[in-house]
Design a protein around this ligand. Structure first.
Ligand SMILES: [Zn+2]
Ligand SMILES: [Zn+2]
Length: 341
């Protein structure tokens, strides 16, 4: 079977491996599609702080068909179409005992800490497989994992119906977070510096957008919220210029979820955070959101097709990632068709 390996930054290679054999509690999946994540791009660039090289199989946004599976209490069988949750927990630590599997002390994320999903066959824990509705295409199901990131971020920021939520970054994850807020009955205010992205988001149904190069963000937020400022914020950029001022973007008692990874530690203003009793909640991976994301995408509650820039073959991943580095604003989600090459 073919596997797209990343053994060091700046180099992807398709290698041949033996098909994995069945193991207890695991299933062999024939992989169909796998999305390229921003973190795959930073792994290629060598600037992803969590990446552990070498990895056989980049990618963690996969969907496929169960090829081999043993007895299991999820009722899954060979031939079932599934989405794969990529965060493999230890099932032993105190976080796993609390059900916070996304924050497992010994977590191994596919394509980051262990082998990933851009492989023709893939061995994965049955615990992390979710059956897809028959009429949900693999193409749309490939968006399930990134949508869970947005849903988890909105949950970490305790977003409630009727609230305003400022979301920084109009890339895939920022858009996913904005649509998560909409699904929870809140009004997202999406902020970015790329006007085309903001216009596109507005066309797709995001109620408020603001280009931070066109004026003062805090003034705009006050205008939208009649002076109060938003109750919550979700940062999907990791940009120091935003994080250093985040206390200015939510009201007293506000909640802030941090999703974007800064490249380096950032100096946040703890005095102002304390004066406003703001809760800062880092948000990592997602927890328990796969069934909800599958249901919402199946019910067409987000404009799934609008997220997809293009579908490519396994042999085109490296050139595409290089282009994504050159022209990041030309891309939202790229999906790799693994079964076709
Ligand atoms: Zn991702
Ligand atoms: Zn654990």
């Amino acid at each position: 079977m073919k596997v797209l390996c990343i053994h060091e930054p700046g180099k992807l290679e398709i290698k041949e491996f033996e098909k994995p054999g069945l193991a207890p509690g695991q299933a062999v999946i024939k992989m169909e599609l796998c999305g390229i994540c921003g973190s795959d791009v930073t792994a290629y660039r060598g600037v992803n702080p969590t990446m552990r090289y070498p990895i056989n199989g980049l990618g963690h946004e996969g969907v496929g068909i169960i090829e081999e599976i043993g007895e299991n209490d999820k009722g899954l069988k060979a031939g079932d179409r599934v989405a794969l949750e990529p965060y493999v927990p230890c099932n032993k630590c105190h976080m796993c005992a609390e059900g916070r599997f996304n924050n497992c002390a010994d977590i191994r994320v596919c394509g980051v800490h262990k082998d990933g999903m851009m492989a023709e066959q893939f061995l994965h824990p049955i615990q992390l497989l979710y059956k897809l509705p028959d009429d949900l295409s693999f193409r749309h199901a490939a968006l399930v994992e990134p949508f869970t990131i947005g849903l988890h971020a909105a949950t970490r920021a305790r977003v409630k119906a009727g609230e305003h939520v400022v979301v920084f970054g109009a890339g895939v994850i920022g858009l996913m977070a904005a649509f998560a807020c909409i699904n929870y009955g809140a009004a997202p205010i999406l902020v970015d510096v790329i006007q085309e992205r903001l216009d596109y988001a507005k066309e797709q149904g995001v109620p408020y957008t603001f280009n931070s190069q066109s004026g003062d963000v805090q003034e705009y937020l006050k205008e939208v919220t009649k002076g109060k400022l938003p109750e919550a914020m979700i940062d999907c950029t990791g940009a120091p210029v935003i994080l250093e001022q985040m206390h200015n973007f939510v009201c007293h008692g506000g909640r802030i979820a941090l999703v974007g990874w800064p490249h380096n530690p950032v100096a946040i203003n703890t005095v102002r955070l304390m004066q406003k009793e703001i809760d800062v909640c880092p948000s990592r991976n997602s927890n328990g959101k796969f069934p909800e994301a599958i249901r919402l995408i199946h019910e067409k509650k987000i404009p799934t097709e609008a997220f997809i820039t293009k579908e490519i073959k396994l042999s085109q991943v490296e050139e595409t990632i290089q282009d994504m580095i050159q022209a990041p604003s030309d891309y939202l989600k790229v999906i790799v068709n693994i079964s076709e090459d």
